[in-house]
Ligand binder design. Structure first.
Ligand code: BJW
Length: 232
């Protein structure tokens, strides 16, 4: 069957070779932080300083890392693929766009964005949030939080993602453990809609059995090879 429309899902594994920690590996990001201490709205209400510091450190870290061969290959696919393409990333780093990807959706938010819980404005934010800056929209103090989707919150772009999955001929999952929903369920939706499914990951993910094909290895090698195949 001819492939025209593609949905790519990426997770922390695609940024690992750039030097960003994954979540659930032995050196994962939660080391030293329990998930429920940093990654829920309740945790933010309980311990604002800890949560702001956690994200401030990760935002600052972005200046020290660069996109790798996998991000660059997806950006090449984006610029050269004539059919529909949607790169859905669970990552909150900015490495896909720095590599040049444009058809991109950050479903779990972005480190370089802040969200005012008083007026709802979302604004680009590169500095620290920990010192309680005023909201540029409503001017209130200490109302800005990281524009990150925490557990129990609705991810961004779900309608657009579902529409893309419904039209996809191919769904490709890269560098994600398949432990967090709704992203972990995209492979089943894609198959339900009739797409072929391919997993590129260092090891079998929790949802590996749902994929028709799995290639194991580092994203920095597997992704450029796959993009090369697609672009002939
Ligand atoms: C390499 C590599 C290399 C390494 N090359 N590969 C019970 C059942 C089902 C669901 C739920 C449930 N209880 C609660 C829920 C829902 C909940 C959930 O899924 N919980 C689970 C823990 C069970 N989900 C939510 O709450 C979500 N919202 C929601 O469901 O809303 C309701 C809704 C209803 C209807 C429709 C839609 C929605 C929100 C989830 C928010 C997730 N947030 C986080 C934090 C973001 C902020 C931050 O970065 O701090 O997102 S959690 C964290 O996990 C982060 C990631 O995006 C996400 C996924 O992690 P990822 O990317 O897969 O990383 P890892 O580390 O797990 O895996 C890396 C992989 O790469 C590994 O496999 C490695 O082997 C591999 N790898 N190096 C290739 N070089």
């Amino acid at each position: 069957m001819e492939t025209r429309n593609i949905v790519v899902l990426t997770g922390a594994g695609i940024s690992a070779e750039s030097g960003l920690a994954t979540f659930r590996g032995p050196d994962g990001l939660w080391e030293g932080h329990r998930v429920e201490d940093v990654c829920t709205p309740q945790a933010f209400a309980r311990n604002r300083a800890l949560v702001q510091r956690f994200y401030d450190e990760r935002r600052a870290r972005l200046a020290e890392v660069e996109p790798n061969a996998a991000h660059e290959a997806l950006a090449r696919l984006d610029s050269e693929w004539r059919g529909e393409l949607l790169i859905v990333t669970q990552n909150v780093d900015d490495l896909h766009e720095r590599a040049g990807a444009r058809r991109l959706l950050h479903m779990h938010g972005e480190l370089k964005s802040a969200w005012c819980i008083a007026c709802g404005i979302r604004t680009r934010w590169e500095a620290s949030l920990g010192d309680g800056p005023d909201c540029p929209g409503c001017g209130k103090a200490a109302t800005l939080r990281p524009d990150i989707v925490w557990f129990g919150e609705m991810p961004y772009g779900m309608e657009r993602i579902d529409a893309a999955l419904a039209r996809a001929d191919l769904f490709v999952s890269i560098g994600t453990s398949g432990a967090v929903y709704p992203a972990a369920g995209f492979v089943q939706s894609a198959r339900h809609y009739g797409a072929r499914t391919l997993e590129l990951n260092l090891e079998r993910s929790e949802g590996s059995a749902y994929f028709q094909e799995t290639r194991l290895g580092a994203a920095g090698t597997l992704v450029p090879d796959w993009v090369g195949e697609m672009l002939g």
